[in-house]
Design a protein around this ligand. Sequence first.
Ligand SMILES: [Zn+2]
Length: 315
Amino acid sequence: MLHHAMSIDIGATKIAAAVVRSDAALLGASQVSTPQTDDAEIVFRAVTECAVLAGQESGIGAAEIVGLGCSVPGPMQWPAGVVSAIKIPAWREFPLRDRLIARFPGQAVRVHNDGIALSVGEHWAGRAAGSNNMLAITVSTGVGGGLILNNQLFHGKSGNAGHVGHLAIDSDGPACGCGGRGCLETVASGPAAVSWAQDQGWRPRPGMGADGAGLAESAELGDAVAGRALYRAGAAVGQAAASLANALDLDCIVIAGGFSRSGRHFWDALQEAFAEHAMSFARMTRIEKSDVTRNSGLLGAAGFVLFPDRYGWII
Ligand SMILES: [Zn+2]
């Protein structure tokens, strides 16, 4: 029998919602821009309006919905769902889960980090389907991720397991926003790679932004500095992925985010660094590229409530 969940994926630039069916079909998918405001209520209203629209468009009534799953950038208090997303400045200690419960009474509501939702989406219905032990790494404005171990979403003691962006890969590297130094994120995130390239003299092509997408396009068009920046980011992700495969004996690692869609500089470096650093058993770990045509974040957030035995938690 098929079940349905309301799923909401909140990002810094867009909010997506859909009714997700337990065979991974998205019904009534809707999307709005994230309001760029310092008013927490305006952002919350955009979230609820997007969800209500998805519900209406789906044709699925509230009585048929088993719960509401929500993906949001961190940091957050888990499982309380109190959100202070760096990328959404309007929300500081915003009680997102309590507000969703009040707005959608009678629904089980689970809120978790976007990297966690991504890992669930990839495990349930994406490139890691069938895997028992997998890691998702998203390389975007930050570097995040999530872990499935023994076929279960692994939260850690405070819901923060999977913060792979803060693996220290260079003890002499740049200072990180987390207070550490030389974290993966300080080398491989879009802004970090752009900053490094700019220090080497790179400038975006006319009409392109000084961002990860602009850098990746420059690399594809043959700009040597941009190519080195992408290569450097890919090597750092490959080194971190190998360390995690060595430690956790994973069968699959899925790479997602903007740089996962870039070209050979990033991917060649990632594969080379992985092969160099992975131990014998870890070399068997599959490295997969997330399929961007599937919305793994939305699917994963739905998974929190559709499959609570695997991806849920006591709330
Ligand atoms: Zn850090």
